[in-house]
Design a protein around this ligand. Structure first.
Ligand SMILES: [Fe+2]
Ligand SMILES: [Fe+2]
Length: 278
């Protein structure tokens, strides 16, 4: 891949990398303390209204979910309430920073051979980092999660690696008139490879699961690329059945697109995505 920053002085690159990191930090600080409920289809149970306020006097509260005293859990609950769903996803959800890159590496190996290039490993680790601070996963804000990782990859390895990383989202790629990258295909296979016993508890814990289930149903309703089996499964209220349907569809999407080509299955969903990293 060409490196358009090849002639750029290292100090300048470092300064731009530092600016990108500072932007992430300031973005995180700028977020209202609780954004769930603002984002589309965020978990209602985790909205600000449903998080018990701290009673500084007694320290006693009732946890509505478990019905017991949460004296020892107050701090954790409040800390969780201050994290957006995107941050939780990167910490312990579908995009968990210590698990997802490994599934992606296995997926890449299966599709394209072992990823010997260290820049691929960097993209595995950075591509979803932009979910941090996002108030939703698949809404307009969530769709732009590709941009932070792409910016960092660009500063480290050049513009083409930025484009490669940004195009890991087929929705972002579609919306911006870009070709999805191999990272996108591997990312889809990483999802398929993640076992249900791991995926479901994690996405339930972060609040992602309900958003994903709803969004997948909506997308299925507007597309003719789902089989009857997949449609039936996606409309199930049982998360395990829903996941089977989505994995079946995703497996077929991978087979159809693993070698590139036009993606006629995906419909751009958000009107506010940006067209950086061209
Ligand atoms: Fe992503
Ligand atoms: Fe990913």
């Amino acid at each position: 891949m060409d490196d358009v920053f090849a002639n750029e002085a290292p100090p300048l690159r470092l300064r731009r990398l530092r600016d990108a990191v500072q932007e992430l930090v300031s973005q995180r600080r700028a977020m209202p303390e609780v954004r769930e409920g603002v984002g589309e289809r965020a978990e209602p149970a985790e909205s600000a209204e449903e998080i018990p306020a701290v009673d500084g006097g007694t320290g006693r509260q009732v946890n509505r979910e478990f019905g017991g005293s949460v004296h020892g859990r107050e701090f954790g609950n409040i800390a969780e309430a201050k994290m957006t769903i995107g941050t939780r996803s990167v910490l312990y959800g579908a995009h968990c920073a210590v698990l997802h890159p490994w599934f992606l590496a296995v997926a890449w190996s299966k599709l394209y051979g072992f990823p010997w290039d260290v820049r691929l490993w960097a993209s595995f680790c950075l591509h979803d980092i932009g979910y941090i601070s996002k108030p939703n996963m698949d809404g307009c804000e969530g769709e732009t999660h590709v941009e932070l990782g792409a910016r960092i990859m660009g500063l480290l390895f050049g513009e083409s690696w930025a484009a490669f990383t940004a195009a890991h989202s087929r929705y972002w790629a579609k919306h911006n008139g870009r070709q999805f990258s191999r990272l996108c295909v591997a990312d889809k296979l990483a999802f398929v490879l993640t076992p249900a016993w791991l995926y479901l508890p994690m996405t339930r814990a972060t609040g992602e699961l309900s958003e994903y289930m709803l969004r997948a149903k909506e997308r299925q309703a507007g597309s003719e690329h789902f089989t009857d089996y997949e449609s039936a499964r996606l409309n199930s209220a049982d998360p395990r059945e829903w996941l089977e349907g989505l994995k079946s569809y995703t497996r077929r999407w991978i087979e159809e697109h693993r070698n590139g080509g036009a993606d006629n299955w995906t419909v751009a969903a958000c009107a506010e995505s940006t067209a950086a990293f061209r």
